[in-house]
Design a binder for this molecule. Structure first.
Ligand SMILES: Nc1ncnc2c1ncn2[C@@H]1O[C@H](COP(=O)(O)OP(=O)(O)O)[C@@H](O)[C@H]1O
Ligand SMILES: [Mg+2]
Length: 197
C-alpha cells in the first residue's frame, strides 16, 4: 500500500502514559508497535474497498471509515478531536468545516472545470488543514483522496512510491508540497507531481 510512509523515527520510543490509556491493545509499549497494529488495521479495513462518490461526500461515512481503519488500535477511532492541535482548526469547528469542505468538493465536481486529480488533492489538502481526528489524519486523508480519484473515474495515487526515496525523504517531499499549498495560495503543482510519481 502506498502513502503510508512508515513510523516517525526508529519506532523504539516509549509511548507516554496518556497515549497508552487511549489504546485498545494493552500490550503496546512503543511507537513502532502502535504503527504496526495501525498498519494492519488499515490494510484489513481498506482491502478491496471502493466507496461510491456519494459515500465519500458524506461526513458520517468518513467517520465510519476512520473508525474501521483504527478501531483495533484507538478507543477514539472515528470520533472527531476534542482538543486543539498545532495544525488544524479550533476543535469545535471541525464538524462544520468538514461539511463545508464536502459542499465545496461537490461544487468543484458539478462545475466540471477541474481534473479529477486536482479535485482529489485539493480535498486532501483541505482535510489535512482541518485535521478532524486526534491521529491518523495523514493516512486517512491519503486513502480517501485515492478513493475520490477512483470514484471520479481515475486511479489511485502513488504518493511518491516510484521515486525510490527512503521514508524520511518521501515524507519531506510530501510535506513540502503540502506547505507550498498552505503558503502559495493553493499552488498545487508540487503535490500533483509528487502524488503521481
Ligand atoms: N503544513 C501542513 N499542511 C497541510 N497538511 C499537513 C501539514 N503538516 C502536516 N500535515 C498533514 O498532517 C499529517 C499528520 O497528521 P496525523 O494525524 O499525525 O496523521 P498520521 O498519523 O496518519 O501521520 C501529515 O501526513 C500531513 O498529511
Ligand atoms: Mg500521526
Amino acid at each position: 500500500m502506498s502513502g503510508l510512509f512508515g513510523p516517525d523515527g526508529d519506532g523504539t520510543t516509549e509511548l507516554p502514559e496518556e497515549l497508552r490509556d487511549q489504546l485498545v491493545p494493552t500490550w503496546i509499549a512503543t511507537t513502532g508497535e502502535v504503527y504496526q497494529v495501525e498498519e494492519d488495521n488499515i490494510a484489513t479495513a481498506t482491502l478491496g474497498l471502493h466507496p461510491h462518490l456519494d459515500d465519500l461526500l458524506d461526513d458520517i461515512y468518513l467517520r465510519r471509515l476512520h473508525k474501521a481503519m483504527l478501531r483495533d488500535v484507538w478507543r477514539w477511532a472515528g470520533r472527531y478531536r476534542r482538543h486543539d492541535t498545532n495544525i488544524g482548526v479550533v476543535w469545535t469547528e471541525v464538524p462544520g468545516a468538514v461539511r463545508s469542505l464536502l459542499d465545496d468538493v461537490r461544487a468543484w465536481i458539478a462545475s466540471d472545470t477541474r481534473p479529477a486529480d486536482e479535485i482529489s488533492l485539493r480535498f486532501h489538502h483541505h482535510l489535512e488543514r482541518i485535521h478532524p481526528f486526534p491521529n491518523g489524519n495523514g493516512r486517512f486523508g491519503r486513502i480517501t483522496a485515492d478513493h475520490l480519484a477512483i470514484a471520479l473515474g481515475g486511479t489511485q495515487f502513488s504518493w511518491g512510491a516510484a521515486d525510490g526515496l527512503d521514508t524520511a525523504s518521501l515524507r519531506a517531499r510530501y510535506l513540502s508540497a503540502l506547505r507550498r499549498m498552505d503558503r502559495d495560495d493553493g499552488d498545487i503543482d508540487d503535490l500533483l507531481v509528487f502524488a503521481r510519481s
